[in-house]
Design a binder for this molecule. Sequence first.
Ligand code: GLC
Length: 439
Amino acid sequence: MKVNQLIKLLPINFFFITRFLVLVIFCLLLTCLFIIQSSSAEPVKITLMMQALEATQWEPFVKEFNDQHSDIELEVIEGPNATNQVEDLYTSSFLLGNSPYDLVFMDIVWVSKFAAAGWLRSLSDRLSKVDLAAFLEGDINGGMYQGELYRIPIRSDGGILYYRSDLLEKNGYQPPNTFTELINISHILQEKKLAEWGYLWTGKQYEGLSAMFMEVLSGYGAFWINPYTLEVGLDSTTAIEAVNFLRSTLDKKISPMGVTTYAEEEVRRLFQTGNAVFMRNWPYAFGLLSDHSSPIKGKFKIKPMVHANNYFSGSCLGGWGLGITKNSQHPDAAWEVIKFFSSEEVQRRFVLATGYVPSRRSLFNDSDILTKFSYYPQLLNVIENSILRPPIPQYAQASDILQRYLSAAITNQLRPEVAMEKAAAETRYLLGKQKSNND
Ligand code: GLC
């Protein structure tokens, strides 16, 4: 090419080169802008509410999650300690619309209602069959509604009987298996002035009353509601016997009248003073009763609940898990939270710190957990044989009916037969209405 031809082409090339350079600089600027923007982007906020006591216990883990996830900020709002009050708060937030919650920290008994109302996202596609098999079967089943999974269990729970092993051993008694043995041992130790009270149970009008009563019902071979047929068993002879048992503990002064206003913590605190022989509670109490400041540290043991002759003991399956709300704008970030809290490692450390019950089977045989809580294999046995409160969408209303009439019966406002007849009739009406709506 001749020089003059080259000179002729130069301005065009120059034009292209300049355009190319401008384009490169522009792209570089855009990239820088994107990097600056994404590094200073606000993390996605994920909100949930849980009972105040538990929120404090989860605090270090929430901090750990936030430290590990610069793109997510988990905020835990403290709610009341009673499960039905927390449920009411979640329910009103969904009914009013614009609920601030991405996650629901959910009692096992809320699942059907929340799922049926359309407030939760299905989590069925998030875990494989193998992942699910690592959890306790009852906890997974309790998270299902109409074949879909809505709740991943974070911790399990089951009602157990605490007894003062020191008092029983010194006085030559085996731990009781039946209601009658429990009453007799209580009575004798009270007579000997070794304990002021025989048996402590949660008799306040709230969800804990229904959970505890399920166990007494089952111990007498009675039932509350059959979830498949919606048959109601509250007015059967055996169900009335179950109410009579609770009433007799008060009439015989085996239990203080105060239990009719006590929830878990009131019962646990009284047992911890050393003034009672037996207590029905959840496993969370074990850790607190074993605290170095506890007067009964090392002086108590646990066993499955008592039952009537020829029947079996029933432990009510409780437990808590996480579900993602329908209205959450960030379901994937919410899922990260679930993965973290349900992971084996986090559960392991949470159990070691608090004595709560894991929802993963492997942890019941974890060597560190066994060194600290040697009773875990026994607990696994109790929980694997526990009974679920009726998993029906109207559970909250059914439980409310039972609580009202049972409370009236144990506080002597209604005779047990009358109370249970009324409870059964109202429950049938509730379920009957639902049945005809579905027809
Ligand atoms: C415990 C159980 C829960 C139950 C509640 C009743 O928290 O885990 O399932 O509903 O006690 O008070």
